[in-house]
Design a protein around this ligand. Sequence first.
Ligand SMILES: Nc1ncnc2c1ncn2[C@@H]1O[C@H](COP(=O)(O)OP(=O)(O)OP(=O)(O)O)[C@@H](O)[C@H]1O
Length: 362
Amino acid sequence: MSAIRLEHLVKRFGGFTALKTMDLSIADGEFMALLGPSGCGKSTTMNMIAGMERPSEGRILFGDRDMSGVPMGRRGVGFVFQNYAIFTHMTVRRNLDYGLRMTGRPAAEVAKRTAAMADLLGLTDLLDRPAAGLSVNILQRLAIGRSAVMEPAIFLLDEPLSNVDAAFRSVMRTELKSLQRQFRQTMVYVTHDQLEAMTMADRIAVMDHGVLQQVGTPLEVYNDPANIFVARFIGAPGMNLLPGRLAETDRGLAVDLGPLGLTPPLPPGLAAAARGGKAEVTYGFRPEEVHLDPEGAALHLPLLLTERIGARNILHLGDSDAVRAVFPAGATLPAGGTVRFAPAEASVRLFDTASGRAIRGV
Ligand SMILES: Nc1ncnc2c1ncn2[C@@H]1O[C@H](COP(=O)(O)OP(=O)(O)OP(=O)(O)O)[C@@H](O)[C@H]1O
């Protein structure tokens, strides 16, 4: 009953199509993140699941039940927004137990579930405080608790952590994940923050311009991006993506990157797949998966600057700062000049430049 299926879902606002034919299945008990940049259609999708917006085309099913025409209040979903909806004239306890009291549950059950939720979210000491005057962090935690205490089988959260501070966000990521595990809810979580999606979700639906780009586990979208958009969007820094042309060399098929050099030969499976396609390809590799290669046939790029961020050094390379390479803080690195390096063979990805689609090794 708590699985969600979006079938050919389309949403138009007047002449503007905010969502173009979305098909997505979310399993019962799954944590699905809808991830993408601002305006890509995440909230529109979420609002349709919640019943706040009507699809222009297509349908939404919870289990086998078609939700068309079922109003929001009858869908049995919990919904938490970016901006907490808290009654500031009530105490924390009254906010937390509001929904349970409205459904007329026995007082003992209301008290027990409220206490358990307060405990889970670290709100016990605040239960008798008025909500007015509490910090934004605590109010948002309360908003989550207020919905979660109803134990909805489907829990929808739209950017719930975007207004809380960074340290608190990291605590809440863990808490939300354990909340979801405890109640085995089907959770749909809208975010533009890939770290949230990568750390919490079972699977991520990556969206751009109203189009679903890829659905996969965090590792799948990181390791095997379906296209250039996903490759660039996932990862911090994102994947290096360099346009070039396939070139036969005496060591095998490589990519000629023009002034940046000739890449090392492509792995055989990737070379075999690339030979069947167009010559214009985009060569991709993760900034974390490179090694310095002062003597070898490697890429050579001018070093612009080195950023030291905690345990990592991020090298900015290329005249237009097109390439990043990440090394551990202890690595011996060039201080300037031209850096010669090569991507780890297993990290190399290839994309058809015209369509943006990944060329997958055979
Ligand atoms: N009621 C509306 N009327 C007209 N256009 C809308 C309406 N709601 C959303 N849009 C447009 O639809 C597109 C998708 O909006 P949506 O809110 O779903 O994006 P999003 O991915 O959630 O981004 P954000 O995080 O900025 O909200 C945007 O271009 C937005 O301006």
